[in-house]
Design a protein around this ligand. Structure first.
Ligand code: NI
Ligand code: MN
Length: 224
C-alpha cells in the first residue's frame, strides 16, 4: 500500500485494484498536490461535513462512481446531491473487499455547506491487509484515543496538529502515546495562517517517546 498526503487532512491510499480518498479537500486548498486523473479512486471516506474535509467528495463520487462512506446524516446529504453514498455510524467493522473501516468518536462539530447538522464528527480506523491506519479527523485530545490504543493499537496515526480548531502539537504527542502508535503523520496545519505549527518541535517530542514523525509534504508518499 502507498499513502499519499494530498495536503490539509486529505490522503490517498493506493491499494490493490483501487484507491481510497480520505477528506478530499483539493479544489480551493492552497496546499493540495494531487493529480486526480492519474489515480484510481474506488472509495471516499469523510470524517465530517466541514468544507475543508467534504471538499471535492461529491463531484468526485459522481465522476468516478466511488462510494462515499460517512456518518448517516452527512451521507444523506451527499446522496441528495447526487453522490453514491453509504451512511454508517459509530459501531463495528464495516467490511470492504480490501479490509475494514470503523468509525470512532471525534470531539468537534459537523455541518454541511448549507449550514444543516451533518451528524457526529468521526475518526476512522482502517484495517487494510492487516495494517491499521487511524485518521483522527478534526478533534481535540480525548480519552477515546486511550480506548482505541487499548483495543486496536494503530500502526500509523494521522493526527491534526494545527491547534485553533483541533489539537496542537503537544496534545498530539499525548494522543500518539495513548493510541500506542509508533508512527505519526501530522495533518491539518500550515494550510492557513490560523493553523501554523512547529513540526520540528513536534518531531523531537515524538522522538523522545520513541515515536516516529513522518512529516509528509503535500504530494509525498509513504510505502507501507
Ligand atoms: Ni472541521
Ligand atoms: Mn478542519
Amino acid at each position: 500500500m502507498e499513502i499519499t498526503y494530498i495536503g490539509h487532512s486529505a490522503f490517498y491510499l493506493k491499494i490493490i485494484n483501487g484507491g481510497i480518498l480520505i477528506d478530499p479537500f483539493i479544489t480551493g486548498n492552497p496546499s493540495a498536490k494531487f493529480d486526480i486523473n492519474s489515480n484510481k479512486v474506488t472509495d471516499i471516506f469523510l470524517t465530517h461535513g466541514h468544507g475543508d474535509h467534504l471538499g471535492d467528495a461529491i463531484p468526485l463520487s459522481k465522476t468516478t462512481k466511488a462510494e462515499i462512506t460517512a456518518i448517516f446524516e452527512l451521507a444523506n446529504y451527499c446522496t441528495e446531491k447526487g453522490a453514491y453514498s453509504k451512511g454508517v455510524n459509530f459501531g463495528g467493522k464495516i467490511q470492504y473487499n480490501w479490509g475494514s473501516a470503523r468509525f470512532l468518536p471525534a470531539f468537534h462539530s459537523s455541518t454541511v455547506p448549507d449550514g444543516r447538522y451533518a451528524g457526529m464528527p468521526a475518526s476512522i480506523l482502517f484495517d487494510i491487509n492487516g495494517t491499521k491506519i487511524y485518521h483522527a479527523g478534526d478533534t481535540c485530545l480525548n480519552s477515546e484515543m486511550k480506548v482505541c490504543g487499548e483495543l486496536y493499537k494503530p500502526d500509523i496515526a494521522m493526527l491534526p496538529v494545527g491547534s485553533f480548531y483541533t489539537m496542537n502539537t503537544e496534545d498530539a504527542v499525548t494522543a500518539a502515546k495513548w493510541l500506542g502508535t509508533k508512527k505519526v503523520i501530522p495533518m491539518h496545519y500550515n494550510t492557513f495562517p490560523a493553523i501554523n505549527a512547529d513540526i520540528e518541535k513536534f518531531k523531537n517530542e515524538l522522538q523522545q517517546n520513541n515515536i516516529e514523525c513522518i512529516d509528509l509534504k503535500p504530494g509525498e508518499s509513504l510505502s507501507v
